[in-house]
Structures are given as C-alpha cells and as structure tokens.
Design a protein around this ligand. Structure first.
Ligand SMILES: *Cc1c(COP(=O)(O)O)cnc(C)c1O
Length: 398
C-alpha cells in the first residue's frame, strides 16, 4: 500500500506543474507550419510574453532551455575581451557567466555568498572605481534558484544610474517570471532571459531573450553574433520561419498560448499576489517547524526570499531522506538542494528545496506541507508543533 497513489505534485523548481489546460492544448495533430493557427498566433504569443515581462521592447524566441537563452544573450551583446561584472548570489549568475567566459568575455565577479542578496553598496563601489567604463555589462539573476534569494533589480538600476555608468543591465528571470514581481521597463532592465518551464507552466524547451533598444544597439557592435543565435531575424522576422530560425516548436507554442491565456484570465497582479500568499504559508509552516528542530530556511529576511521557491537545510541525511519519504508516501517530489556544498560532500544530503511556482493553489501547497509534516514524523525529525494550522491561517487570509 502507498499513500502516494493519486495526483502527484512536482515541487522541484522547474519544470513546474503543467496545467491540464496546457496539456490538452498540446494534444493535437501536427499542424501546418506554413499557414493556419501556428502562423497566426505567434505574434500574439510574443505580444503576451512582453506583457508578462512588462516591457514594450522586443522578444526573441529560442528552441532551447534557459542555457540557450543565456548564450544568446551574451553573443548578441558582447565581443571577445569585453568585461562583464557578475553579481553572484548562489549558482545561476555564475553559471551564466561561465558561458560568457567560454565565449571570450572577461569576468569581474562580485560574490555575495549563498545566503545574501546583492549588496548595492559594493556594486556602487565597484562601478565608481571603473572610471574608464571598461565594464560593458552587469549580469545578475532576479531569483537564484539554488539559494532562493531574490535580488533588488530596481535597486541595482538605481546604483548604475547614480554612478552614471553606461553598462548594459542583464537579468535572468528564468525562475521568477510570472511568480515574483518583475517590471522590465519600469526597472530599467536592458536585457532579460526567461524560459518556458517555470512560472510559464509549459514544458522545458523554449526560452526567450527580451531586449530594449539599448541592448539592440549593443547587438550592432557585438563581435560574437552568429547566424543561428542572432536575435534580429527572430525578433523582427520578415518570414514566419525566422521567429525560430527554422521549423516552429509547434506543440510548445500551443501549450504556451494556453498558459498565457491562463495568466491573462487570472490577471498578472493576481498571479503575483497568489504566489505571495502561498509563499507566506510555506514560510509560516517552516518557521513553526524551526522552533524545535533542525529545519532552517536559507534566507532569513522574508523580503529577500523568492515567492517561487524556498531553499532549506535540515541536516544530513534528513534532506535526502525527507525527499525520498514524501515521494514514496505522499506523491510529492521536492527539489534537491543544489550549490550549497559540493555534491560529493555528505552534508549535501542535508538540503532540499520546495517550489511553489506556477500552477499551484492553496490545497496543493497545504497538501505539500502536510506531506512534509508526515515525513518529519515518520523520520523522527524534531519539529515545532502547529505548522499546518499556521499555514492554513495564512491561506485563510490571516
Ligand atoms: C532553471 C534556471 C536556469 C536554467 O534553465 P535551464 O532551462 O535548465 O537551462 C537558469 N537560471 C535560473 C535562475 C533558473 O532558475
């Protein structure tokens, strides 16, 4: 007998839960790629993606996961030897910057550790020291999916403006788009990368580079642009196939169209608000469990936590054991802890993550928390009492 039989909840931070509506939209025969729905709907998909990113700028599609968008973003804006200032708050800005380095871009890395957001004062100092404006770009993630920290993107723009620094401002919103509030134009972001499989609730395999005119002017001079990754034909196509540099990703587009419909029907503000309340319910539960026992959230300050994912420690071997227990007994798949310590280090088994991104509601999140509580009981991990009541109070509007 297993209590896991029933609908499962994939709570790893991407891919996220796929709505039935998205799955149904994809369940159809191969369409013509020269006329009909796919051709007619792609411009509307681009328009609606830009609405989610809150930008009047441009968007290029890539048939690639987020790593592809990373490389596209760099190659369209940089030349060999350009200097990029990397603001690292965990794993993902470093991952993106490694692609830049492989392309010949030089890196200046400011590392803020694994439990803090970007320190604006240190960025200001670094920019002030760059009197010759050697720094061509500033690269950061809005949400680091390993540490679950959320960076102050508008604040970094303010620091760039106060320094009068012309660097291109590039942000990775792969984990956070349509979960944590993000306003590309209002926050002065020049370039943003996103992918289909997290807040956008669509299978992995499509990614996007959003860019403004300043970034497109950098594209004019970039020495690393290649035919396939060039964003110009994709963002400004003369022929339909140019959107995708070849055959359209037909079923991804059907799925994404439906996901964007769902976001529009709910309203983006409501999407943000739902994520905020559900995240608070999760944090409330973990705060209560932490009162008596080893569970700790990685980011202390709630205002610096992403509302899409929460990263935790519980001590080895309980992180792994808890993940295994809830998968086998609750139909709940939690995320591995990544990037906190080396995988070969036994203490790496003491971390886990829970995603609360995309197509999730209160019964799913409360159910996941209930499954975790059952796991803590079964594994005899000490934990404070009353966590589920506390989380329910948040969902009740308390
Ligand atoms: C998931 C993620 C990526 C990587 O996306 P892939 O689709 O796996 O290539 C990059 N950055 C962030 C912040 C992410 O959460």
């Amino acid at each position: 007998m297993s209590l896991a039989n029933g609908r499962e909840y994939l709570a790893i931070p991407g891919p996220s839960v796929m709505p039935d509506r998205v799955l149904r939209a994809m369940h159809r025969a191969a369409p013509n790629i020269y006329e009909g729905a796919i051709v007619e709907e792609t411009a509307g998909i681009a328009r609606d993606l830009k609405a989610v990113a809150k930008t009047d700028g441009n968007v290029a599609f890539y048939i690639a996961n987020g790593h592809g968008a990373w490389e596209a973003a760099i190659s369209n804006t940089h030349s060999r030897g350009d200097l990029c200032l990397v603001l690292a708050t965990g794993r993902f800005a470093l991952g993106w910057s490694m692609h830049a380095e492989r392309l010949g871009v030089e890196l200046d890395i400011l590392d803020f550790g694994k439990a803090s957001d970007v320190d604006l004062g240190r960025v200001a100092e670094r920019l002030a020291a760059d009197t010759e404006h050697r720094i061509k770009s500033v690269l950061v993630v809005q949400v680091d999916t390993a540490t679950s920290v959320k960076n102050d993107i508008a604040g970094i723009r303010r620091v760039l403006d106060e320094a009068g620094h012309p660097a291109l401002f590039m942000v990775d919103c792969i984990a956070s788009l349509a979960c944590d509030r993000f306003e590309m134009d209002a926050w002065g972001v020049d370039l943003m990368v996103a992918a289909s499989q997290k807040g956008l609730m669509t299978p992995p395999g499509l990614s996007f580079v959003f860019f403004n005119d300043k970034a497109d002017a950098a594209r004019e001079k970039a020495g690393l642009v290649t035919g396939y990754w060039d964003w110009r034909p994709r963002a400004f196509p003369q022929e339909f196939y140019q959107y995708f540099g070849g055959t359209a990703p037909t079923h991804h587009l059907f799925g994404l169209r439906e996901a964007l419909n769902m976001i529009a029907e709910e309203g983006l503000e409501n999407v943000f608000a739902r994520h905020e309340v559900l995240a608070r319910a999760v944090w409330e539960a973990f705060d209560v469990w932490a009162e008596d026992g080893p569970l700790r959230m990685n980011i202390d300050d709630p205002s610096k936590r992403s509302v899409a994912v929460t990263s935790l420690s519980i001590g080895a071997p309980y992180g792994n054991e808890l993940r295994q227990w809830v998968a086998a007994n609750a139909g709940l798949t939690l995320g591995l802890g990544i990037g906190m310590v080396d995988r070969s280090n036994p203490s790496s088994h003491g971390f886990f993550r829970i995603a609360h991104m995309g197509h999730v509601n209160s019964h799913m999140v409360l159910g996941a928390l209930g499954g975790i509580e059952a796991g803590l009981c079964a594994l005899q991990v000490p934990h404070g009492a009353g966590a589920l009541e506390a989380a329910a109070q948040v969902c009740a509007g308390g």
